[in-house]
Every structure is written in C-alpha cells, then in structure tokens.
Design a protein around this ligand. Sequence first.
Ligand code: SAH
Ligand code: SF4
Ligand code: F3S
Length: 487
Amino acid sequence: MLKTFYIETWGCQMNVYDSEKMSQLLKNTHQMTAVSNPEDADLLLLNTCSIREKAEEKVFSLLGRWRKLKAASPEKRIGVGGCVASQEGERIFDRAPYVDFVFGPQTLQQLPLFIQRLKDGQSHFLNIDFLPDEKFDQLPTPQTSGVSAFVTIQEGCSKYCKYCIVPFTRGPEVNRKVEDILKEVGMLAIQGVREITLLGQNVNAYRAIDESGRFFDLAALLYHCSKIPGIGRLRFTTSHPVEFTDTLIAAYKDIPELASHLHLPVQSGSNAILQAMGRGHTAQEYLDKIAALKAARPDLTITSDFIIAYPGETEENFMDTLRLVDAVQFDQSFCFIYSPRPGTLAASLECTIPDEEKHARLKRLQAKLDQHSLSHREKLKGTIQRVLVESYDHETQRAKARTEGNVIVHVNDASPRMAGLFIDALIEDVFAHSLRGRFLAIHDPYLDQRMSDHRMSKETNGAQSIEKNLRTSCESNNSCTSHSCSS
Ligand code: SAH
Ligand code: SF4
Ligand code: F3S
C-alpha cells in the first residue's frame, strides 16, 4: 500500500520546483517510487495553478478522470495541492469527495505526515496554511541529474496587482535565508548543474541579512552564486519593473554569468491601464529601465507578459500596448485575455469589451509579438552562439542546447558526452521557436580550469574522465577548434 506515486504539475516554475521537492520527500521519507502513469500509482497528486479562468474547471475535470481510476482500484489515494487547493480549500471535498487530502504551496513539506495519516486510515484532511519559514527549513536536499535547475529564493507576493490571485494563494512575500540558497546552489553544482534560475514571484524585491550581518539584495545573491565553482549561467524570474534597482541593472555589467535574457512583464503599454491594474509604474518608466539595461548589456533580449482587454481598455489603450511592443522589440513573449479571479480587487469590475473584440486584440498582439520574435531569431542566423548542452538525442544525432536568450538550438556534429558543457554553435537554420546549428568548439572556462588543475596534480579522477570524454568527442569532430584540446 502506498508504494508508488504520480504527480501532475500545472502552472509556473515555482510549481515545477515544488513538485520536485514533493517527489524527493516521498522518496526519502516513505521510500516511495515515482511512476509516469496515473494508472500505475498508489498515490495521485495534482499540483494546481489558479492564475487564469477555468483553472478550477480544469482541476475538477482531471479529478473526475482520477475518480474512475480510484473506483477501479479503491486502495488508490488522491491529494490536491498548489494554488487552486489554497484558493478552494474545503470546497474541493464538497465537489470531489473522493479526494483524500488537500494541501497548499506552503504545506507541501508536511507530505510525509500526510502519507502517515493515510497509512493510519485517515482521509479528508486539509492544511493550506501559509508556513513559508517551515517550508524553507524542511525542503529536502536537492537531487538532480540535469544541467539546469530552479532554486526558490522567495515565497508569495506582496504586490497585490488588482487582477492577480497569487498573493491570495501563496501569501505575502517571504525571503529565504541567504545561507540556505547558497548551500542549495552549491549542492546542485556538485551534482553537475551548470545553470541556475532563481525563482520568486517578485524576485527582484529579494532582501535579506545573512548570519554575519551582511545585506543581500538580488544582485548580491547573483554575484555570490556566480562564484560557486561550476555555475556558468544564472537567470532569475519573475521580476517586477518597480523594484528593478540600479544595482540589479549594474549586475548585467559586472556578472558575466548572468544570461543576456530578462523576463520583465509589463502587462500593458497604456498608463491608464497600468494605473487601473495597480502596477505602480508608467510605460515610460518601464522603457527607461529597458534603456538602462541595454546600456549595461547591449545584447540583452527582453521577454514579457501582457494582459489584454482589462476592464476599461479602449482601442487607444490597446494601441499604446502595440506601440510599446514596437519600441522594445520583445523576444518570445506571452499574452493573455484578462480573466477575473475570485477575491481580487479587479474581480468586481465590469468588462464591456465584447468577446470577439477581446479575441481580435489577442490575435493582433500575438501577430506582432511573433513577428518581433522571428526577427530576433533571424538575426541569429550565421552567428556563433555560446550554448549550454542539455541532452543528446541518439535518434537524430543532435544535441539539444539553449542560448543565453533561452532559445533552443538543435546542434549537429555534437557528441553525447557534451551534455553539461558550454559549446560554441554556428546557427544555420531558424524556425519559429527554435534554431538549428553546428558544433564548432568547446567554450567552457570551468572545464579548462578543471583540466589544467588535473594536468598540474595528475590526481583527479573526475577531471581525467572529463578530459577523456572531451578528447573522444573532439576526435569524432574534425571541426573541433577548442583551445583546451590538443588533439
Ligand atoms: N509575478 C509575475 C507574474 C506571475 S503570473 C509578474 O508580476 O510579472 C504570470 C502572468 O500571468 C502575469 O504576468 C500576467 O500576464 C498573467 N496573469 C496574471 N493574472 C491574470 C489574470 N487575472 N488574467 C489574465 N492574465 C493574468
Ligand atoms: Fe501577481 Fe503582481 Fe505579484 Fe506578479 S507582482 S505575482 S502579477 S500580484
Ligand atoms: Fe499559478 Fe500559483 Fe504559479 S497561480 S502561476 S502556480 S504561483
């Protein structure tokens, strides 16, 4: 009983991170095994997202399917977590009485206890409290085999944008301890992670004092992460324009490991709508931040989120958004039709924009965003990009890698041993959402360092095997021009 589990994850990167932690907790404390089919699982967990409309309907529709699985195998147990669980609480049991327990984004650390209660025969229990400190203290040690990893540095959000449910489902902003963050990044680096994304809903508002009394903002945290051996690339998401300080802008000059890509949602280009949304800045203030960022890092690409058809949005307001999009020339961005969320300040606002007009605006904005995105892609054709190799596909014999700008590149002439290395790739073909390129050279100062340490000490087995791997991959590529390779 309760030997296997399946987790279905919806929503943002924070939910992906949380599900990873849930999985580790179940493995570590109850020796459970993850399975990839709900049919094979004793425990079914749904980690939900509540950001836009129909979130609740989507949850109950999946639960309806799980109900049938439980009817066929009554020993199965079902748990619902995440932001819809936080929002709906007890009401989940009213609509889906076959659900055994409900937990929130900040009570997932109690999963081992919940499993024990299930084993003791209990059902229909719930804990959706906001316990950020307990959560941070009880997160399990990370375990990964990937080259990129998320690290949460903050829970919740205190911005209370008028349309947004997040402050209600994840609670007010709480920052994680500096030491715990750096320790987690260090543990991940030891496991071979080369790229870290620091996570929070308003991550640039991060502020903390470490145990020796030193003040850390996000820029300081990034700087310390960049000094951890092995960490070659840093990202952070999501940022809010208001707390995007000059120190953080300067980090784009001072920290080469910081990727030349920033997701900085603006939501609208109209001052009237920004004010109605309670965003706390004007369109011009946003443009000024972008100009300062581009001065610090000229090749920075910017992506954004947009909400259209917010109550009261006129055609002229919408045109302001299109103008801002042309001014910034965003890369791959997201746009959504506004949807009222329960309990938010905007929920009671009347929206008189007809549905077909909402969809027409969405189409117009999407077309413009796609056009800019493609022109960013096209500019990459013929250039050499330093990319991080994530994996190798033996069938296509291509490596999958990512540019600084977070664009996927399928790389020909690569080797399976390149996963986890930074390489130079010549971009040869451009598609709507990806690139195709050719391997040119290893471009990885950390590897160079490890190899030169090895040459000096002639002792380190790890470096020896890396050198051997690298040599094999270079030998299979006549085009290898790596200065760290003497073949
Ligand atoms: N913390 C981030 C956003 C997190 S939510 C920030 O402030 O930028 C991700 C995106 O969902 C938002 O940027 C917004 O574009 C969209 N979104 C949030 N609430 C929404 C709503 N009620 N209707 C439509 N889109 C919404
Ligand atoms: Fe929501 Fe605004 Fe917080 Fe982003 S900053 S999570 S949009 S309240
Ligand atoms: Fe969704 Fe909650 Fe993230 S509402 S976007 S899962 S914070």
